[in-house]
Design a protein around this ligand. Structure first.
Ligand SMILES: C[S@@+](CC[C@H](N)C(=O)[O-])C[C@H]1O[C@@H](n2cnc3c(N)ncnc32)[C@H](O)[C@@H]1O
Length: 254
């Protein structure tokens, strides 16, 4: 993981360096073969553009380029209307950024972060623990390996549940709506939730208004959809559909 540092913590970058390096290598190979076929200048240019785009996106997400990653993460905290009493769960905690924010904001709570880890980001339980130590909340956070598709918790264990940009990444189910149901299963009646993801990807979630109706049909008393893709701090360059152009947030009370 290429580490971006904020206050001594390492939260990496949502745009893996591999997305820069792999197309750059393909551009180099394609360029070397132009001698044999001049038409290879087309894929060479395309690979270079892809590499340059992801390099720029990495910069925008990093603290030196606008800190968009931290700002997007903070939106989840801002929308969570919780009194901080009890236990909170962060699904797909990555480097522990949101789990640690929960523990810091709600000083009498316990925050639990789960993640499947091992993907392109290079996040791990060890990175989460180190970040929690740096932020001096290690005594009130717990991290464990688990999948969002099958949470290792009983029904109604948590007073608050959050998740940021995880559900679309989950590979062990194609039914992304079922991940929302699983997240709400472990939330207590009256508990609060905020989930942010690429909720405008139609093939995963359908229309936001239908998604809200579906969630209410499970007996969830309050559900609101917020179009966070329109947030003013998100640069145009990051508004492609597979980046933040399909971003949305669900918040409410069970
Ligand atoms: C874009 S990162 C977001 C990380 C973190 N929520 C944040 O806001 O920084 C996506 C995360 O989803 C996690 N993830 C992917 N599949 C998962 C699964 N089946 N269960 C739990 N987490 C998963 C990845 O390991 C990664 O940490």
């Amino acid at each position: 993981m290429t580490k971006t540092k904020t206050k001594g913590t390492a939260h990496g970058n949502w745009v893996s360096i591999r997305l820069v390096i792999v197309p750059a290598l393909l551009a180099a190979i394609s360029a070397a073969l132009i001698l044999f076929s001049p038409y290879l200048f087309i894929p060479t240019g395309v690979f270079l553009l892809i590499s340059a785009y992801f390099l720029y996106a990495r910069y925008l997400f990093s603290p030196s380029g606008g800190n968009i990653q931290e700002k997007v993460c903070s939106v989840v905290m801002e929308k969570l209307d919780w009194d901080g009493k009890g236990r909170a769960l962060d699904i797909g905690c990555g480097s522990g950024a949101l789990t640690i924010q929960l523990a810091k904001r709600y000083s009498s709570s316990i925050a639990v972060g789960i993640d499947y880890w091992g993907g392109i980001w290079g996040y791990s339980e060890k990175v989460c623990q180190q970040n929690a130590n740096q932020e001096e909340v290690a005594d009130r956070v717990r991290f464990q390996k688990a999948s969002a598709s099958s949470l290792p918790f009983n029904d109604e264990e948590f007073n608050a549940v959050v998740s940021n940009l995880v559900f679309h990444e989950v590979r062990d189910t194609s039914n992304k709506v079922s991940l929302i149901k699983e997240a709400l299963r472990v939330l207590k009646k009256g508990g609060k939730f905020t989930f942010q993801d690429l909720f405008r990807i139609r093939q995963f979630y359908g229309k936001p208004e239908d998604l809200v109706k579906t969630i209410k049909s499970w007996g969830i008393c309050k559900v609101e959809y917020v179009d966070t893709r329109e947030l003013p701090f998100i640069p145009t360059a990051l508004k492609l559909p597979f980046m933040l152009g399909t971003l949305g947030l669900l918040t409410g009370e069970k």
